[in-house]
Ligand binder design. Structure first.
Ligand code: SF4
Length: 325
């Protein structure tokens, strides 16, 4: 059995607002990520996915309050001080593949210079070996050596993504965290980027894992082993990707709605809007939009067997909504 690279237990993030209000951005997230595995964390914008990523990297703003635990490669992240996070976590245990590579790269420096600096910092590569090491690092992300002396603005979107990925891989971190890595790319480039991320997990002899945060279900389907669906700050379903995208399909009504809203699956939107994270109902947060809701859903469902739902769908073909009486 593979060892867990990332273990998240009961992780919650709240933001204390001026005036005393609380925004429950992440509630009770609970999952493991094994070496060699790709987990796609999916859900609509604003559901808490990126806040969860920021919590893992220790990049939450000062008004955040956290609870629970998150452990990577033996290091507990939530209690770690800034020095520990900067010296032993970011880049070394968790490599971030950013949402906007072009913005993430330093605009006034060439890719080579940024790679050499990262190599010096993370691996202690001696000066005389830096040039060859930068070429090798670029090669790992399929970034052409012929473009190493270019500045970020001279790169296409795909090459900027590869440059950012090359930088992320330098420290050989066991966890690759890709936060919306395909935003703004055309379909062909989305596929290629997703495949490359997957390759770094599959080919890594050193037990790397990938947590891909995305609203792009096609990209998730392409490379994920498992899918975690987030709604209103909560993970409501974790399932094997093949069963989730194929048969029997998702079991949580929101997850089913997400798939049904895809153009190739009928384009049926989920009615209504998600609740404000500052004003969540006491029961299931999806109840106002759910055609399976009953009185029981006024009580918050626990997360058991990979699901947080009182009336999950149990069969593909015909599973009528429960009797509301
Ligand atoms: S708990 Fe109830 S309201 Fe929430 S998703 Fe399940 S059936 Fe729908």
């Amino acid at each position: 059995m593979s060892t867990a690279v990332l273990t998240v237990r009961d992780l919650s993030v709240r933001f204390r607002m001026r005036g005393g209000g609380l925004v429950a951005a992440v509630s009770c997230a609970d999952f493991d990520l094994a070496a060699g595995e790709c987990l796609a964390l999916v859900g609509e914008s604003g559901c808490g996915k990126s806040v969860l990523a920021s919590a893992l990297l220790g990049l939450l703003p000062g008004n955040a309050e956290t609870a629970g635990t998150a452990t990577v490669d033996g290091v507990e992240l939530l209690g770690a001080d800034e020095r520990t996070l900067a010296r032993t976590v970011r880049g070394r245990r968790i490599a971030l593949v950013p949402q906007s590579p072009a913005a993430h790269l330093t605009p006034v420096r060439t890719v080579r210079s940024q790679l050499e600096e990262t190599l010096r910092e993370l691996t202690g590569t001696p000066r005389r070996q830096l040039r060859a090491a930068a070429v090798a690092a670029a090669e790992r992300a399929a970034f052409p050596a012929s473009h190493l002396d270019r500045h970020p603005h001279e790169l296409s979107g795909g090459l900027a993504q590869r440059a950012a990925t090359a930088l992320a891989l330098v420290g050989d971190a066991p966890l690759l965290l890709a936060d919306e890595p395909t935003t703004g790319l055309d379909r062909a480039l989305v596929d290629r980027t997703a495949d490359e991320l997957r390759r770094h997990v599959t080919d890594g002899a050193d037990g790397r894992a990938l947590l891909m945060i995305t609203h792009d279900l096609a990209a998730a389907r392409r490379i994920a082993d498992r899918v975690a669906v987030m709604y209103a700050g909560r993970i409501v379903e974790i399932a094997d990707a093949e069963a989730f995208f194929g048969r029997p399909g998702p079991r949580h009504p929101y997850a089913r709605g997400l798939l049904a809203a895809l153009p190739e699956r009928g384009f049926t939107p989920i009615p209504g809007l998600p609740p404000e994270l500052s004003d969540l109902p006491p029961g299931c947060a999806f109840a106002a939009r759910c055609d399976r809701a009953t009185d029981r859903c006024g009580t918050r469902p626990g997360f058991t067997g990979g699901l947080a739902c009182h009336h999950p769908v149990t069969a593909v073909a015909a599973d009528p909504a429960p009797d509301r009486g």
